[in-house]
Design a protein around this ligand. Structure first.
Ligand SMILES: [Zn+2]
Length: 563
């Protein structure tokens, strides 16, 4: 999933709302010594090998999240936000006083970068930081920058500086295609924000946009957080499947792969229990979106949201969905018949198919068909082995290698976050991926790629390296083994790494269109392609190695799991 940022216009397009002591080459001492194969490459070791104890970094200087100096404490968000707003004031003044030309587009992109660098980072921190004070400070920063962005999207003077450029055919013809495209995209953002309206209506559009930002953020947060129920309301024998907190049982997801029907049923009903507050929030969000769309001249919010995507309008989307549904319905009916049959076989007393059943029973059917036991293949798919596999694959496809880097004190929000440097064989360092892969309390239950900073060519000729976070919810390592992945988890890992590589390789001059900041429906293409690699024997065969012995996986097992 690519989590799309919710700032529009001058904030970068589709910006992303999609670990700490990795030591390069750090094999040997302080590991699960005798239990883990020591032949991992450094990137494999970073994910499979647990450093012993907590390495106290008493003397290192605290750097702040992502190495941003201000962010060593929650109060730093206010400083970062004020700095960004000060810079944006200067850039707005520069854009309005610079004669129209390619320079105008550069200034717009820098303005967008100054705001997004704080807003996108805050967008991630407000969801994923384990400390509430950081989350709250980040949320405040998102809200205040979001408001400024909406005001800029309806700033007439700023609009005119771009309009002067795009209205001059000779000037437009002299622009290179990339610059011209970015100029048009910025113009498009003004248009969908209601720049053509009178002053009062523009103010109303800003208010609606800010309200929509707030409501969608509230709704998304509410949708991802666990639900709790009093202990005595659940049969005692299933308590151990959930997190217990005092007198409550915490349900943080659907537990869709749990073999016990009752566990899945309980998780489904509790996690998805109708929440009046969430419903009100959603209704309010939808009606505000509708008001905004009509105010700026669209018949529905979908028409506004889909302009600028490959699909272009809701009619194309519906046509696509209907065609797909027609073509799939026969196959789906057959699938459901098989699932029903499997439930009947395993659970004849309670054989009616329920909404919490299909993912589990289809997994059972798959395992039966392939005739493999998870315990046969799981040890070959440790997180480290899969990361090593991705590094091998990227090397063969793109000439790119992944290196685990040591993080500075305060740079990451949780000890198990790993930082990867992405290095191209001839172009050198392309950017950084922070891997926040393991479950923890209060972490949203979603696999997602977040752009923290977009790549762009700076005026001094240096390239601003992209920084992204990949968030997964993999089980933590145990005393005896590193994190082991099921085929489904491996597919998700490959999917999210597809987004990350899109961000690293999509090097553009302007951050407004870098990496995954492309039409949102195109952004899923590289990640879905990566899923095919996760299911290809020729790829998987290169890295499936037992975490303990280093032994390669049996050919027959791999053959039955892959295409
Ligand atoms: Zn995705």
């Amino acid at each position: 999933m690519l989590c799309t940022g919710r700032l529009g216009g001058l904030a970068a397009r589709a910006s992303a709302l999609l670990p700490g002591r990795a030591r390069p080459g750090g094999l040997g001492a302080g590991l699960w010594a005798r239990e883990v194969s020591t032949s991992w490459s450094p990137v494999g070791a970073a994910f499979n090998v647990k450093p012993q104890g907590f390495r106290l970094d008493l003397f290192g200087e605290r750097q702040g999240l992502f190495g941003v100096p201000e962010l060593s404490a929650p109060e730093g968000f206010r400083i970062a936000q004020e700095n960004a707003l000060r810079k944006s004031d200067l850039l707005v003044a520069r854009a309005c006083s610079t004669p129209p030309g390619p320079q105008t587009v550069l200034i717009f992109d820098e303005l967008s970068d100054a705001l997004c660098r704080v807003a996108d980072l805050a967008d991630f921190v407000k969801l994923a930081h384990p400390e509430p004070a950081f989350r709250e400070a980040a949320e405040e920063a998102c809200r205040s920058i979001g408001t400024v962005v909406e005001k800029l999207n309806t700033n007439v003077e700023l609009y005119q500086s771009l309009q002067k450029l795009l209205a001059d055919k000779k000037l437009v013809d002299s622009l290179d295609p990339e610059t011209r495209r970015v100029a048009e995209l910025f113009m498009f953002d003004f248009e969908i924000s209601g720049i053509h309206l009178d002053k009062e209506k523009r103010k109303r559009a800003v208010d609606l946009n800010v309200k929509i930002l707030d409501l969608s953020s509230r709704f998304l947060m509410g949708a991802n957080f666990p639900n709790k129920i009093e202990k005595h309301l659940l049969p005692e024998h299933i308590h151990q499947n959930f997190v217990l907190a005092g007198e409550h049982v915490i349900v943080d997801g659907l537990h869709a792969e749990a073999p016990d029907d009752l566990v899945r049923e309980a998780a489904y009903k509790i996690f998805l229990y109708p929440n009046a507050g969430q419903l009100r929030c959603l209704e309010e969000l939808l009606s505000n979106r509708d008001l905004l769309a009509k105010l700026v001249g669209y018949s529905t919010y979908s028409h506004r949201a889909l302009q600028g995507t490959i699909a272009k309008n809701p009619e194309t989307v519906m046509e696509f969905l209907e065609k797909l549904s027609d073509k799939l319905s026969e196959r789906t009916l057959k699938d459901f018949e098989m699932i029903r049959g499997m439930k009947m076989k395993l659970n004849p007393q309670n054989s009616e198919l329920m909404p919490w059943d299909p993912p589990y029973y289809s997994g059972v059917i798959r395992a039966e068909r392939y005739n493999i036991e998870p315990s046969l293949y799981c040890p070959f798919f440790s997180l480290g082995a899969c990361m090593e596999g991705l590094s091998i694959l990227f090397n063969e496809l793109f000439g790119v290698s992944l290196y685990a880097e040591q993080t500075a004190k305060g740079e990451v929000w949780c000890d198990d976050v790993r930082k990867l440097a992405v290095v191209h064989e001839s172009e050198g360092l392309l950017g950084y991926i922070y891997c926040d892969f393991l479950q923890r309390a209060d972490k949203p239950h979603q696999d997602c790629h977040f752009t923290i900073r977009g790549g762009r060519l700076k005026e001094d000729g240096d390239y601003q390296l992209p920084v992204v976070v990949l968030m997964l919810n993999l089980p933590p390592s145990s005393r005896n083994s590193p994190t082991l992945l099921t085929p489904g988890m491996m597919e998700n890992l490959f999917h999210e790494m597809g987004h990350a590589m899109h961000s690293m390789l999509g090097r553009t001059r302007y951050q407004h269109v870098t990496g995954t900041r492309c039409p949102t429906d195109f952004a899923e293409v590289p990640s879905i392609l990566m899923e095919y690699f996760a299911n290809d024997y020729r790829v998987v065969n290169q890295f499936a190695r037992h975490y303990k012995t280093g032994q390669v996986c049996f050919r027959s097992v791999l053959r039955s799991m892959t295409l």
